[in-house]
Ligand binder design. Structure first.
Ligand code: NDP
Length: 334
C-alpha cells in the first residue's frame, strides 16, 4: 500500500526552485536506485575507486524485496528469498566502500555539467556521472475504487500485505508470472484466491502455471475484467464482467477482502523526462549494447530501460555495464 501512495508522490512534477535547496556535494558517480542494477553498479564503481554515492529511493532493495523465493538467480542452488538476495548485494557494495544512503531523487537538471540531482526536494548533488537504476513500479487498472480502497483492501504486493488477509477470500488480477506467484503465496495464507485473467489463458511460464493449477484453493476466472470494487470501510467484493464485448457478456460479483494487482510495471523515469529520450511507455532509451543515454555522463540500467527481459540477473548485468561505461567516460574526461 505504501508503494501506491509513494508512486503518486513520485509522479508529481517537482519544481527544483520551489523549495529551499542546499548545494551540498560534488561526487564522481551518483547512483539512483537500489535494486540489483543499482547495487551491482555500486559494487563495480566502488571497486574502480569512483567512490559511488547511492540513494536507495522509494523502495530500498527494489522490487525483489516484495517477492518470495527467487530460484533463477545464478549462484544460489537452493534458491534465495528476494529480501536476502538484496541484503547480500547491499553488503557486497558496502564492503567496497559504496556510500549507501536513504533518500529519494525528486528532480534533475542535466542541462550542464556537472549534472545535478536533487534529493528529497532539498539537497543538490553535483555529479560527474549519474547511473539511473530507478526500476519500475506496479501498474494499476485505473479504477477510482483502487484509490478509494488503497490501504483498505487494494494492494500490488502480496508479500507485503497478504498477512492482513489471513483466512479470508482474496483476488489477484493478471495472467503473468507475478500473478501466478502472488496467487500461490496468498493461497498459503488465505481461505480462497481467485485469479482474474482477462484472456482465456495465462501467459505465465509452464512451471509456474503447473504450481497454480495444483493449488486447491485457487480458482481461475478466465475472460473476466474488473469493473468496480465495493465495501463499506474496506473492500468487501468486486464486480467483474465476464466475456466482455461478446453476446454472453454478464456481470459477476465475488466476495473478497483483498484485491491484489499483478498486471505489470511502469518504468520510474518521470523525473528524467525533460532531459532523456524515452519510449512511448517511459522506458529510457540507451544506445544498444551499452548503458549510455544520449546525454554524456548519464547512464541507465535495469528495469527503467529494459522493456524486454526485466529479470534480476539482466538488471544486475546492466548495472555492471553502467559502472564500466561511467568509469570509461571519467577516464576520457581526464
Ligand atoms: P507481465 O507483463 O508478464 O504480465 C502482465 C499480466 O497482466 C498479463 O497477463 C496481462 O494480460 C495482464 N494485464 C495487463 N494489463 C491488464 C489490465 N488492464 N487488465 C487485466 N489484466 C491486465 O508482467 P509480470 O509482472 O507478470 O512479469 C514481468 C516479467 O517478470 C516477466 O518476464 C516474468 O516472466 C518475470 N517474472 C518472473 C518471476 C519468476 O521467475 N519467479 C516472477 C514474476 C515475474 P495479457 O496476458 O492479456 O496481456
Amino acid at each position: 500500500m505504501e508503494l501506491f501512495k509513494s508512486m503518486d508522490n513520485l509522479n508529481e512534477k517537482k519544481d527544483p526552485q520551489k523549495d529551499k535547496q542546499e548545494i551540498s556535494e560534488h561526487v564522481k558517480c551518483l547512483i539512483i536506485g537500489s535494486g540489483p542494477a543499482g547495487f551491482t553498479a555500486a559494487i563495480y564503481a566502488a571497486r574502480a575507486n569512483l567512490k559511488p554515492v547511492l540513494y536507495e529511493g522509494l523502495q530500498p532493495g527494489g522490487q525483489l524485496t516484495t517477492t518470495t523465493e527467487v530460484e533463477n538467480y545464478p549462484g544460489y542452488p537452493e534458491g534465495v528469498t528476494g529480501p536476502v538476495l538484496m541484503e547480500d548485494l547491499k553488503k557486497q557494495a558496502e564492503r567496497f566502500g559504496a556510500d549507501i544512503r536513504w533518500g529519494i531523487a525528486t528532480s534533475t537538471d542535466f542541462s550542464n555539467r556537472p549534472h545535478k540531482v536533487i534529493i528529497d526536494d532539498k539537497k543538490v548533488i553535483e555529479a560527474d556521472t549519474v547511473i539511473i537504476a530507478t526500476g519500475a513500479s506496479a501498474k494499476y487498472l485505473g479504477l477510482d475504487a483502487e484509490k478509494k480502497y488503497a490501504g483498505k483492501g487494494v494492494s500490488a504486493c502480496a508479500t507485503c500485505d497478504g498477512f492482513f488477509y489471513k483466512g479470508k477470500d482474496v483476488a489477484v488480477v493478471g495472467g503473468g508470472d507475478t500473478a501466478a506467484e502472488e496467487a500461490i503465496y496468498l493461497a498459503g495464507l488465505c481461505n480462497k484466491v481467485y485469479i482474474i485473467v482477462r484472456k482465456n489463458y495465462m501467459r505465465a511460464s509452464k512451471t509456474m502455471l503447473a504450481k497454480v493449477e495444483k493449488t486447491p484453493n485457487i480458482e481461475f476466472l478466465y475472460e473476466h475484467n474488473t469493473k468496480d470494487l465495493f465495501g463499506e470501510d474496506g473492500v468487501e467484493g468486486a464486480i467483474l464482467i465476464k466475456k466482455m464485448g461478446t453476446p454472453e457478456e454478464k456481470e459477476v460479483k465475488i466476495n473478497i477482502h483483498g484485491f491484489f494487482l499483478a498486471i505489470g510495471h511502469h518504468p520510474n523515469s518521470d523525473i528524467f523526462a525533460d532531459w532523456l529520450d524515452r519510449d512511448d511507455v517511459g522506458y529510457i532509451k540507451t544506445t544498444p549494447g551499452t548503458s549510455k543515454t544520449h546525454v554524456p555522463g548519464i547512464f541507465a540500467c535495469g528495469d527503467v530501460q529494459d522493456p524486454h527481459y526485466r529479470q534480476a540477473i539482466t538488471a544486475a548485468g546492466s548495472g555492471c555495464m553502467a559502472a564500466l561505461d561511467a568509469e570509461k567516460y571519467l577516464t576520457m574526461l581526464r
